[in-house]
Design a protein around this ligand. Sequence first.
Ligand SMILES: N[C@@H](CCC(=O)N[C@@H](CS)C(=O)NCC(=O)O)C(=O)O
Length: 228
Amino acid sequence: MKLKVFADRGSQPARAVLIFCKANGIEFEEVQIQLAKGEHKSPEYEAINPMKQVPAIEVDGKFRLFESHAILRFLATAFPGIAEHWYPADVFKRAQIDSALDWHHSTIRRGSVGVIHNTTLAPLFGRPLDPQAAAEAEKLLSASLAKIESFWLKGDGPFLLGNSEPSMADLSLVCEIMQLELGFECSLWMRSFRNGYWTHMRKFGNGLKIQGRQYNLILMKFMLPSSR
Ligand SMILES: N[C@@H](CCC(=O)N[C@@H](CS)C(=O)NCC(=O)O)C(=O)O
């Protein structure tokens, strides 16, 4: 299968798709869609993703798909040789990962996007910063982050659902949390989080060479060339 991934590396869900492909040896062509330049609004890209967002994929020049979690599920099932831990075949384990993925979008992602957008990125998209919206989003974010520690990370293993190896839900989560380094003041919560789960994800991310300082460089290069 000939796979194209349309992405901006400054986008959390786009990074999750890129990292998933790299971690699993899936061959793909990365087509950069630069959000800051409005490339996602071009008619050419709208033909790829009518929602005008990244990421999106195209397979064999005909099948197109948007929504990062749908893309991750598709890649895990359509491409051979994907390690079982990313998206287990066992329907019970798989359903739990689906539950974590769905929860992510309605909580962590909503909170994170609200904070980052309203404290940092809005001007890049021609919108004003909105401290009140940021404060509301931070409440949701903090409550959701607390749930990660009190519920999702409870168990024997270090990853979500107590797993011993990361699933695609961990990947989506860590890409989201990395983004907080952009505009979320490192609270006590972030520090304690970093000492726990973060340490495990960092180890996992090191192999992918898209973490920590390198990650920040990627962000600066692709997303915020003049603001830092
Ligand atoms: N639920 C979508 C979210 C995609 C999304 O929000 N993409 C952002 C970048 S992180 C985007 O393309 N924003 C441009 C815009 O909405 O104008 C997914 O998981 O793929």
